[in-house]
Design a protein around this ligand. Structure first.
Ligand SMILES: Cc1ncc(COP(=O)(O)O)c(C=O)c1O
Length: 389
């Protein structure tokens, strides 16, 4: 069981609990590296030293040059730097490419950033669909990409259903046309052992909160052909690609969290994969009229999404929370819109009573069996309130 004794935390895909080693690194860093890393004095140099070391190890983990790593305030900013920053760089070069492609199941930050370029800057945007498992067909991307395409924005692992996109095939299409591939790997870095090369990506966005680093830190890894221009102006930090004082303690803690996540990768991955398969099997055995989403094989190891007919997702989340289980429902990071999940809609899947269960390696099969019992009870109760069940 995770964290608090009477709670079971099943929302690692929103926020993975801070790893103890990262917490310690943060505490150590705020003591020695509190000054401004851009200053030449001894205090500034101490901060610079820590920042440079964190940049080196993180860049090495992602397979990019340390000059290609830009620290940000999280996944959302990394994505914006990739989408809007690559457009700014292209406009400065005057290369005339003003067409974008993304998939229909991207995180809302990718969709909104692409739509901003379309609505406010006149870019053409093609949104490619997915199949019933949530997978993009590279042939559909190939049909959309042309000589005017600046970039294709596609995620690695989907944040709601765990589908893993064929980024290498998509990269091949992009590079044939001289377009960039940006991969939103926020759900994969530290959990699936991805690098720029393995994914075929020119730009790769990540969020520390998803792999046990501090909240509010992220990075964009940039390969040899990737170019971005800063979204914030003000100084020359981070090779002029992101102005503003860096959160050195957060960055140091992120580098440590990533190192720990990477050294635990095999064990955490197999533990979660076992739990994921168990839960996917048990849910439809225990409850009638439920649909489990996303592919069984070649998927993210910690994400299980399930819909229940005749049930409201938010009511289900609240009832499970009261019973001690933290799960998430809805399509964006802040599920306040009340709209059905755009990911499930794109898959043509059942959107009623949608719950995402995301698993940490500390959970046990018993934890999940108890969760399934409570889930069955709560779904039954909610169905009774609408005269069913
Ligand atoms: C796939 C994906 N991209 C981007 C983000 C945004 O990351 P952050 O919450 O660090 O801004 C998330 C967050 O859930 C995500 O799952």
């Amino acid at each position: 069981m995770s964290a608090m004794a009477d709670r079971i935390y099943l929302d690692h895909a929103s926020s993975w609990p801070l790893r103890p080693e990262a917490r310690q690194a943060w505490l150590d860093a705020v003591v020695v590296a509190w000054s401004d890393p851009a200053r030449g004095h001894r205090e500034g140099r101490a901060a610079r030293d820590l920042l440079d070391r964190a940049t080196l190890t993180t860049a090495a983990a992602l397979g990019c040059d340390d000059r290609g790593l830009v620290w940000t305030s999280g996944g959302t900013e990394s994505v914006h730097l990739a989408v809007l920053g690559s457009a700014r760089a292209a406009e400065r070069r005057g290369d005339g490419r003003r067409h974008l492609v993304c998939s229909a199941v991207e995180h809302s930050s990718v969709l909104r950033a692409c739509e901003r370029l379309r609505d406010e800057h006149g870019y053409r945007l093609d949104v490619v669909g997915v199949d019933a498992a949530g997978l993009v067909d590279p042939d559909e991307v190939a049909a959309a990409v042309g000589p005017g395409t600046l970039a294709v924005h596609v995620q690695h692992a989907n944040h709601e259903v765990g589908a893993v996109q064929p980024t290498n095939d998509i990269a091949e299409v992009c590079h044939r046309h001289g377009a960039l591939l940006h991969v939103d790997a926020c759900q994969s870095v530290g959990q699936m052992g991805v690098t720029l090369d393995q994914l075929g990506a020119d730009l790769l966005s990540a969020s520390a909160a998803k792999f046990g680093g501090p909240r509010g830190v992220g990075f964009l890894a940039i390969g040899p052909n990737g170019r971005v221009r800063a979204l914030l102006e003000g100084d020359e930090r981070q090779r002029r690609r992101r102005a503003g004082l860096e959160d050195v303690a957060g960055i140091a803690a992120t580098a440590v969290a990533l190192e720990v996540a990477r050294s635990n990768l095999q064990t955490e991955h197999s533990a979660r994969e076992l739990l994921r398969r168990h839960l996917r099997r048990r849910l439809p055995e225990a409850v009638e009229d439920v649909q489990v989403h996303g592919p069984l094989a070649d998927a993210h190891p910690g994400i299980v999404a399930v819909s229940a007919l005749y049930v409201d997702g938010e009511a289900l989340v609240s009832a499970l929370d009261e019973a001690g289980y933290a799960v998430h429902s809805g399509s964006s990071c802040a599920s306040t819109s009340g709209e059905p999940s755009h990911v499930l809609v794109a898959m043509g899947a059942l959107t009623h009573g949608h719950v995402r269960v995301s698993l940490g390696p500390e959970l046990t099969i018993d934890d999940l069996d108890r969760f399934v019992d409570i889930y069955a009870e709560v779904v039954g109760r909610l169905r009774e309130t609408v005269g069913l069940g």
